[in-house]
Design a protein around this ligand. Structure first.
Ligand code: FMN
Length: 285
């Protein structure tokens, strides 16, 4: 499956791009509306992009009332990404989405580098969300966790059905002339090509640690990138930064991946998942 990475595509602005995906993932929604961080919020750097959007969103009520009915008309399965500042926020957001038939899964954003971290651990946030809904729950983790496989095992034990790996990693860019931070928020989330080896390592380790389905993302721009993520252990991939420069990326990456698989005699994406591990690890059925 090919998804967009949360926050990297406005499906209502670009419905034809969303329709080229297998799943559309919303930008992270919080309990209350948020205006996001002050500008400048995007900075290009040598090998990637820095953003400090700060979870600008209409709040859960705005999403449910205005956006969700229009997103459902796209005819693409919808995942809603939710984020908050305490376990109670995640519980509230999942409860609000539990009875919405338009929503096929919920992605718990446990890892935005542009907002204050919740005081609870990732596993505690999943544990708060789990009883509120029977929908599939994906836990989106930061590659900066001290012991990522351990975090992955903990969110699995707390009830996560899958992992989204990875979110951006904190970065800084300075203005050439003034040597001041280029982003209004100073630090931002770093994404794009430079993130790929970091993200691949995260997918590789968490596949071994949990055997959970993984949506891999971080610098994917070609079919070969997608194949690498599958081999490391992802069962789906998501396109993020690439969409800003190439709205045709979903169709192109899909074609390129099919060619990569065929040229290696692989029958489909499932046949590629986990290949980098040689024999399948014990955690994988
Ligand atoms: C402009 C921008 C906005 C983003 N907003 C969100 C967000 O709202 N929620 C989230 O979980 N991740 C967000 N992300 C992170 C992406 O979903 C993805 O994890 C990250 O960019 C790595 O993938 P990429 O290198 O292909 O972009 C954002 C990334 C960018 C560049």
């Amino acid at each position: 499956m090919i998804l967009n990475a949360s926050g990297c595509l406005d499906a209502l602005e670009a419905p034809e791009v969303a329709r080229a995906l297998d799943v559309f993932v919303t930008k992270t929604v919080t309990p209350q509306p948020r205006e996001g961080n002050r500008p400048v919020r995007i900075a290009e750097t040598e090998a990637g992009m820095l953003n400090s959007i700060g979870l600008e969103n209409p709040g859960i009520d705005g999403l449910l009332r205005e956006k969700l009915p229009r997103l459902a008309e796209l005819g693409v399965p919808l995942w809603v990404s939710v984020g908050g500042f305490a376990a109670a926020d995640y519980a509230q957001l999942c409860a609000a989405l539990a009875d919405r038939p338009e929503v096929s899964a919920i992605e718990l954003n446990l890892s935005c580098p542009n907002v204050e971290e919740a005081p609870e651990s990732a596993a505690e946030l999943v544990a708060a969300a789990r009883p509120q809904t029977r929908k599939t729950l994906y836990a989106k983790l930061s590659p900066a966790a001290t012991d990522l496989p351990e975090t992955a095992r903990a969110v699995q034990a707390a009830g996560a059905d899958g992992l989204s790996l990875v979110n951006t990693i904190r970065g800084l860019a300075l203005d050439d002339e003034t040597l001041q931070p280029r982003l209004g928020h100073e630090l931002g989330g770093y994404s794009g090509p430079a993130l790929k080896p970091i993200a691949l390592a995260a997918v590789y380790q968490c596949y071994r640690a949990t055997g959970l389905p993984i949506v891999g993302m971080g610098g994917i721009a070609t079919g070969r990138d997608a194949l690498d993520f599958l081999a490391a252990g992802a069962s789906s991939i998501a396109l993020g930064t690439v969409l800003f420069g190439d709205p045709d990326a979903p169709g192109r990456v899909r074609r390129e991946l099919a060619e990569e698989l065929a040229s290696r005699g692989l029958s489909g994406p499932e046949a590629a998942t986990g290949l980098a591990h040689g024999a399948k690890p014990a955690s994988v059925a």
